[in-house]
Design a binder for this molecule. Sequence first.
Ligand SMILES: [Zn+2]
Length: 275
Amino acid sequence: MGRSREPGSSDALRHSRLVGNTDSFALSTDLVCAYFDASFGDKLSLVTRALTQILDVVLPTSCIFCESLGSHQCAACEQRYQPTPQWVERQNLVGLCATDLTSGASILLRAAKDQGRTALIARMAHDVSHALDLAAANEEQERLLDALRQRDTHLVPIPISAEASLIRGFDVVSSLTRKMSGQLGLQTHRGLRLVRQPKDQRRLGVQDRFSNLQEAMGYRSVDSISRTVVLVDDVVTTGATLLEAARAVNATGDIVAGFITFAQTRRVLDAKNLK
Ligand SMILES: [Zn+2]
């Protein structure tokens, strides 16, 4: 393969052209400037960083439903996931979510969790942000929308268990929280942690889910001032997790205005599942 080289073009010039061509890859000129100043070891790590950014963009994306190449949801599969932004309520907590946990939303979430594809997280955040356009029908809902408009509100992700993070190696809730924070111009505060390891919620009935999580979380407040926080999780089911998180936060003087999740499921709220 013949590589044409324009006469008189210096390496630096060719570099600047490369950067010009790859604006869409979010490659900053800083990275290239740093490259010329860097030691060999640093050069290697800078190149690795640049390559990772490029690969993330140029590797062919496949449809999460039919695996055809092109985008993460191809035109033929458009109907398989259609978000339905909505208000959610669990006891005294009010929230917003992008969609019911339909089979399509489930496939999207699974793909994001298992592969950590940034485009999928961005899609989830984008769909959640549409829920913020919903009108408030009561005071609690108004309070949540208000909180999401205030610059000093902090988004607090629900922590995943150490076990889950080992298995998956990727925390979709943290990632979604960072994306949402970026979109809304808010701060992320990872103040929640598990103080003991609860059993796997999925195997439990509604009542057991609540007792399983009682006092399971601890919270470190943002700072010495009482702050408004909004909790973030991927899916809300019974609300046991979010309510326990809210208890832990409120106990410190920070105030939970509500929550946002990607999806909600009402499945286990069905009478047949009640113990
Ligand atoms: Zn498809």
